[in-house]
Design a protein around this ligand. Structure first.
Ligand code: GLA
Length: 708
């Protein structure tokens, strides 16, 4: 028996291998004593062989192999021509560092090796795992499927939390009982997708925001992916996450390798909030490669102007933006050659000679003279049928020769798997960045891929995604101060693969603050708040039709990376005064909010959304409370506040900018009218705070400060 053990500050991982077969998970949980006898650990976990089955143990190893008698969904599928390969890997070498294991496994008869890598981040306990398959045979090896790492899931976990949704309603939390059969979630759209976020959490029923044992997994990949949670036929569960490979997508010639995307695994003994806190800390310390700190207040022109880029209007918007405290002005779609609507222009990345006769520099310079940075929307992967680029290079579009494909938003996808395409786009982007002082790009991608093949006919999603990562990296090397946002029709490309290369996420095209609450709550389950683009839209939301006050619109954006997308030229003075004041609140608090923990917290009424921001040292907190609909009871239930220091005293007070209106019950208490109280964290957790009577779409902000 061979053991592979890693220990972090609060976590221990033990994998083990019998007779040199692929390692499997033995233990992942709170720290084990360093002198624990691992043979006894293995013995206590040993499962019997069942009657009526094979005479071998069926094992959910790192990669469950049919060649070893695994009869549920396999972790690997390989072929040479039409001959299927039944691997029987054996460990041939293992290297350890203080935080990681690299385990080499080989199969001499199949002529392949599999290198397994796993790292434990000591501070957060987060695991990063992947594997690399290499062909040592003479003949080509076709990789049809290879999971990053497969996990046996403890049967104490009975519920699954995943994130589903659609355009303008991304990151919707779906909490369901784990069923008696398999649960499969896929994206075959060439992007991370709106509907199938590649991440999930597993827990026992009764798990709350601050209590319970939870595991979570996330695949860091921005292309096709597949998650399978399967009840195995002999008992137990397996969780597989993998890049979904299209037929013929990965063919390895002799000596070539395929590396799976990284699978990140997180666990917590402190409920879903404990889990998200770990994700947030880890993403900051180990995934993001640069900081955009403090996060500047954005103004984005999309919902204010759409394609109507009128010079006077733009100048006026710049003036008002500077006046309310905006720090970065972003020119969205509609600025380039031929782009009068969404039917033309993608591919031709030069400023429209009619709307911008001197290019973008005068507008960008004007922003700078008023103390704002300038940013620009681009969609480098997009290709309009009606564009100079498509007319010159129709073969640069992803597609199957001779077959018509359905368009999406009237456009094709440029094949970033082709080096000539990458060179062309890199030159076009560099040209833009050289000709105007642009410090931010909103990199959009608005097309679900269907016929994702290159002109030679082979599947091209993987090569495309790697091409995107490479071009974004080249831009960042050439322009070290450039910050890049990932956007795909809103939040369809948000994952830890793209976030190694980008700095902000456009979470959703929905700026309606009520619908946004659920979107942001789901997003925050995995990602930290400073990445969460959150904008104040018009009073009537363009995507949902909900009509909301300026107060609730600013409240909804306060903990994220704050921005404005409304046409401020149509805003009344009172709204502008509130906006300026809310921006001041954002600026005063952003440093600790964006270094702390922001998460939605539990309230018994599904129509009350409560999102809490708490500083790393738990000395400051803010809670936004928004009524999404009619509350269930006439007087809302108390809101219990987790995460505070139990024995410490906090001063708490509703912020005057977001005080409830007169409709809040016949006799609101002094506390609800803004009076301060002092109470220990334990009381606020056990008893909670009473809420005023809330009408639909009303919002408040509670502020807490530790008293020393
Ligand atoms: C996508 C984005 C929007 C906006 C438009 C512009 O839909 O998600 O925010 O940039 O494209 O065409």
């Amino acid at each position: 028996m061979t053991f592979f053990r890693l220990d972090g500050k609060d976590d221990t991982l033990v994998l083990f291998s019998k007779q040199s077969t692929l390692p499997r998970l033995l233990y992942w949980g709170p720290n084990l004593p360093t002198d624990l006898d691992l043979d006894s650990l293995a013995a206590v976990a040993e499962r019997p062989k069942p009657n009526g089955g094979l005479d071998v143990e069926e094992v959910v190893s790192w990669i469950p192999e049919p060649g070893r008698g695994f009869t549920d969904a396999p972790g690997i599928e390989l072929r040479r021509g039409s001959t299927g390969i039944y691997t029987q890997f054996e460990i041939s070498d293992a290297q350890r560092t203080e935080t990681s294991w690299s385990i080499t496994c080989r199969d001499l008869s199949a002529q392949v090796t599999l290198d397994l890598h796993i790292t434990l981040d000591g501070a957060t306990g987060i695991l990063a795992a992947n594997c690399v398959l290499t062909n040592h045979g003479v003949d080509e090896l076709h990789v049809d499927a290879l999971a990053s790492m497969v996990l046996p899931v403890p049967e104490r976990f009975t519920e699954r939390l995943s994130l589903g949704g659609r355009w303008a309603q991304e990151f919707q939390s779906v909490r369901e009982k784990i069923g008696s059969a398999a649960w499969l979630q896929e994206s075959r759209l060439g992007r991370t997708s709106h509907h199938a976020f590649p991440g999930l959490a597993l827990m026992a029923s009764g798990t709350t925001i601050d209590q319970g044992d939870v595991w979570a997994a996330h695949l860091a990949w921005s292309g096709n992916h597949r998650t399978l949670l399967q009840r195995c036929r002999l008992g137990g569960l397996q969780l597989q996450m993998a890049e979904l490979l299209l037929p013929g997508e990965v063919n390895l010639t002799s000596g070539q390798s395929y590396a799976t995307p990284t699978l990140y695994l997180a666990r917590s003994d402190a409920g879903l909030g404990g889990l998200s806190r770990r994700w947030h800390q880890y993403i900051r310390s180990s995934v993001l490669t640069r900081t955009d700190s403090p996060r500047p207040v954005h103004f984005n022109t999309w919902e204010a102007l759409y394609f109507e880029h009128d010079a006077t209007c733009l100048h006026n918007l710049v003036d008002v933006a500077a006046n309310v405290g905006v720090e970065r002005f972003i020119l969205d779609d509609g600025w380039f050659f031929g782009r009068h609507d969404d039917r033309a222009g993608l591919g031709d990345w030069t400023p429209c000679p009619i709307r911008y006769p001197q290019g973008l520099s005068p507008l960008a310079q004007y922003c700078r003279t008023l103390g704002m940075e300038f940013g620009l929307w681009v969609e480098p992967e997009g290709l309009s049928q009606n564009s100079e680029l498509f007319r010159a290079h129709p073969e640069w579009a992803l597609g199957v020769a001779g077959l018509e494909q359905p368009l999406g938003r009237h456009q094709y996808v440029l094949n970033f798997g082709l080096s000539e395409v990458r060179h062309h786009i890199l030159a076009a982007m560099n040209n833009l960045l050289r000709n105007a002082p642009i410090s931010f790009l909103k990199w959009d991608m608005n097309r679900d891929m269907t016929h994702a093949a290159g002109s030679n006919g082979s599947a091209g999603v993987r090569a495309h995604v790697l091409g995107v990562y490479a071009i974004v990296d080249s831009l960042r090397v050439a322009h070290p101060d450039l910050h890049i946002e990932t956007c795909a029709s809103g939040g369809a490309r948000a994952d830890l693969g793209i976030l190694r290369h980008c700095d902000r996420v456009w979470v959703s095209d929905c700026n309606g603050p009520l619908t946004r609450q659920r979107i942001q709550a789901g997003f925050l389950q995995f990602f930290p708040s400073e990445l969460m683009g959150a904008h104040v839209g018009d009073a009537r939301s363009h995507t949902t039709g909900e009509v909301c006050s300026i107060e609730v619109r600013t409240l909804s954006a306060l903990f994220g990376h704050f921005g404005i997308e409304a046409n401020m030229l149509n805003m009344g003075d009172e709204d502008l005064v509130h906006l300026r004041a809310a921006i001041e609140v954002y600026k005063t608090n952003r440093d600790w909010v964006h270094a702390g923990h922001v998460t939605s917290i539990d309230h018994p009424d599904p129509n009350i959304s409560a999102i809490m921001a708490i500083s790393e040292d738990r000395s400051h907190a803010m809670v936004s409370i928004i009524a999404l609909g009619q509350t269930r009871s006439a007087v809302p239930a108390a809101l219990r506040l987790p995460f505070l220091k139990s024995d410490a005293k906090y001063r708490l007070q509703f912020h005057p900018l977001w005080l409830p209106s007169k409709q809040s019950g016949k006799s609101a208490s002094d506390f609800h009218r803004g009076a301060a109280l002092v109470l220990p964290g334990r009381v606020l957790h056990e008893l909670g705070i009473s809420l005023p009577v809330l009408s639909v779409s009303q919002g408040m902000l509670l502020q807490l400060e530790l008293i020393v």
